[in-house]
Ligand binder design. Structure first.
Ligand SMILES: [Cu+2]
Length: 152
């Protein structure tokens, strides 16, 4: 009997507190997500061309030594591996095409698909109403061009 009297007011206080917190925490979030292609180069006389092939999928590329004796390795990436927001936030992901002619992209879980082109900006705006971890994937440049949208 004693427990019930203590529990009910406590539960009401917790529910009230959670409601206030959720309303106060929602905010507008904007991230710039650039399509980038960092590169490394070396002289074949100093560093031999790698013997092993890189994973398929277009995200990683090896170029054999040219007339100048230099070889190159590159990777297509989004400019950060993870983007964190809170559930209920109004989110704008501002994609900017720097490297690569185009990037057919999907944001899983939020039904967003588009093709980002070099020299263009594509804004994707939505309310992050589903908590979880969602992949931002360019299908042309795997396995490297994938980042995570984390909704907490
Ligand atoms: Cu891509």
């Amino acid at each position: 009997m004693m427990m019930r009297h203590l529990f009910l007011p406590l539960a009401a206080a917790v529910v009230g507190y959670a409601g206030v917190t959720a309303a106060a925490a929602a905010s507008k979030r904007v991230f710039t997500i650039a399509a980038v292609e960092p590169k490394g180069t070396a002289e074949v006389a100093k560093e031999p061309f790698p013997a092993a092939a890189l994973p398929d999928g277009g995200g990683l590329q090896l170029k054999k030594p040219g007339d100048d004796g230099r070889w190159q390795v590159s990777a297509y990436l989004w400019s950060a591996p993870q983007y964190h927001v809170k559930a209920g936030d109004e989110v704008t992901l501002r994609f900017v095409g720097l490297n690569g002619s185009e990037h057919p992209t999907t944001i899983e879980g939020y039904d967003k698909s588009f093709t980002l082109k070099r020299g263009e900006v594509t804004d994707i705006s939505f309310v992050a109403d589903k908590p979880g971890v969602f992949q931002i994937i360019c299908s042309k440049h795997q396995p490297t061009m994938v980042s995570e949208l984390i909704v907490e």
